[in-house]
Design a protein around this ligand. Sequence first.
Ligand SMILES: [Zn+2]
Length: 275
Amino acid sequence: MGSESEPTIHQCECDICRTDTDLATAQHYQQLNLFLSRLNEPQRRWYVGTLSQKLGNPSDRQLSLITGLDEKTVRRGRQELEDGLAGLPYDRQRRIGGGRPSAEEQDPELETDLLDIVSPNTAGDPMSSRKWLNCRLVDIQERLAERDHRVSPPVIRRLLKKYDYRLRANVKEREGKQHPDRNRQFEYVHEQETKHQTAGQPAISVDTKKKELVGNFKNPGRMWCQMPEEVDIHDFPSDAIGRAVPYGIYDQQYNRGTAYVGQSAAHIGCGPRSL
Ligand SMILES: [Zn+2]
């Protein structure tokens, strides 16, 4: 939206205008909307707020029809005025022709609620601050809507990136079929983690890394050598001498980590032992 583009003027949708656009009231509403089209967003809702103050609450719906502003916006404008516009910007030039304010500027609680919704669902690499999400943007959008935030998936994606979240597209490929209660596990673990950390108790993250077959198998890295090493064609575990199971143990609070290498195929029990 450039500064040279003409502002769109809302066409009033009230009964009067639908009956006869030549009526004085209808013409007045057209003038009102022409005027509003030259104001920036806060100014627009404040002006409509003054009309709402004059007419009383039941008129919010009517004012919404006339001006095209959301009923909520009308209410907000009125409340901001009643609060003496406390904490709101003085700068008249702000935002005029400068594009719309961002979603988080318009909705100060959006980011807090988003992070709240998203944090129990964070899987991911405990060593990096990069967090992986295991839910879809539309799911997040839905849960935000439950808290009265209306935002589009692109906005959610932008905000998540801002907080170092990345979307993992191939969760299923990497982790197999998901258990229906998988999400509850994450939420439970997160809850315990927070509880213990606030109580000053350690919370560590134990994590199995990629299992390496020890033996003569092809490894997907590249080496500098003159002749390619001869490797078995198939990586059957039965051909392996043993199976190396690396464990990572990481203390999030004190930022300390240790790696252990276990050797059993039945790796349950190996982790606790290395602790
Ligand atoms: Zn009208």
